[in-house]
Write a protein that binds this ligand. Structure first.
Ligand SMILES: C[S@@+](CC[C@H](N)C(=O)[O-])C[C@H]1O[C@@H](n2cnc3c(N)ncnc32)[C@H](O)[C@@H]1O
Length: 213
């Protein structure tokens, strides 16, 4: 591992708002970790966690957990949250496949999935964060009528997700094939992630889906 990456990993571990593969947190996020009963939003595949940071500032009466498997990427978001004294956001290093070990049924109100790896090869479809096995997990941890937001630059993943959510009997509440081409853009969609900026520089369109029960 490069020295700079290793340093970020180590620093991430020491930050007061970071948790790495924690034990016995399931069902305890609101009362014991955030010490309030505010609604909980997860950002999956968060990278540097731009969404969690921006939403935590916009909605001080909600709780946010940014989730990724890479501590060196989350380090940026976690450090910024400490500097800005944001007490309503935590940074959780886990594998999203293990979500059910960390969250109880009906513990989460909302999920954002921001530019997940698209896994274009059919043989890897099970790894897509909107494949049926992940949708089933989201269904369990979300309260009704929980909402899932997906932002992606990948048309194939966007189309695949619509098919998957219809097959799993979720409702599509919003579907946009070019968010920046819309005359009335939702302010929440204006938050840009690191990968989103790269895709926009490459002239790619940004797709958005919101679905729920
Ligand atoms: C393309 S990046 C997007 C990062 C960020 N959301 C953005 O838009 O800049 C995908 C992220 O998903 C994370 N990731 C991929 N598979 C994962 C998994 N199974 N569990 C947790 N994180 C995962 C990677 O570490 C990476 O940070």
């Amino acid at each position: 591992m490069a020295k700079r990456t290793l340093k970020k990993f180590e620093e991430f571990t020491g930050l007061e708002n970071s948790l790495e593969f924690p034990q016995e947190v399931k069902g305890k996020w609101k009362k014991e970790l955030f010490k309030n009963d505010n609604p909980l939003t997860l950002e999956l595949a968060c990278g540097k966690a731009e969404y969690s940071l921006a939403l935590a500032e916009m909605f001080p009466d909600r709780n946010f957990i940014a989730i990724d498997k890479k501590g060196n990427r989350m380090w940026r978001g976690a450090k910024t949250a400490v500097e800005k004294k944001l007490s309503n956001v935590l940074f959780l290093r886990i594998y999203i496949e293990d979500l059910m070990s960390y969250f109880d049924e009906n513990e989460v109100e909302e999920i954002w999935i921001t530019f997940p790896d698209p896994f274009p090869r059919k043989g890897k479809a099970k790894k897509r964060l909107t494949s049926p096995r992940f949708l089933k997990m989201y269904d369990q941890i979300l309260t009704a009528p929980g909402q899932v937001h997906l932002k992606t630059d990948d048309k194939q993943l966007f189309d695949y997700t619509i098919e998957a959510i219809e097959a799993e009997k979720w409702n599509v509440n919003d579907s946009q094939q070019d968010i920046y081409g819309s005359s009335k853009m939702d302010p929440l969609l204006k938050i840009q992630t690191y990968y989103e900026k790269l895709h926009l520089e490459d002239g790619r369109k940004i797709y958005y889906l919101r679905f729920g029960r």
